[in-house]
Write a protein that binds this ligand. Sequence first.
Ligand code: DQA
Length: 150
Amino acid sequence: MAVKVLVLHGINLNMFGKRDPVQYGTTTLAEINDHLATLGAELGVEVETFQSNCEGSLCERIHRAHGAPVDAVLINAGAWTHYSYGIRDALAILHCPIVELHMSNVHAREPFRHQSVFADVVIGQIAGFGADSYALALRAAVQHVRARSD
Ligand code: DQA
């Protein structure tokens, strides 16, 4: 069965391409999703993307990934990363590997961005590579899943 990866985009990420190009470049979320679909096809995995500005909707999408399991989750939760225990607890319900990612290098920015409340429920974090952070995260997740199933 094909490996399935769920990519979760959180609050304000639908504004990529328009918001703060110094931190986030000019690539839109639609372009990021297209690129993930192309890379997924190259790697032989199915990629589903989901974005919401509503914390409850993101939690509910995570809950559905418990009932209809996926092999891995990538998450860029935006600012929720730094304070949402609700999303952290939803992620902790899942049994699959989760990779946290950020476009910007959050550790080189304001102190409130240095903390991730997801840190202990993810297998790793990727930050600072712009839109490439997504491709790196997808490659890392797929490699991790395949290494576990060998
Ligand atoms: C971000 C970093 C967060 O601190 C910020 O709130 C975002 C985007 C990133 O991709 O660099 O919305 O997650």
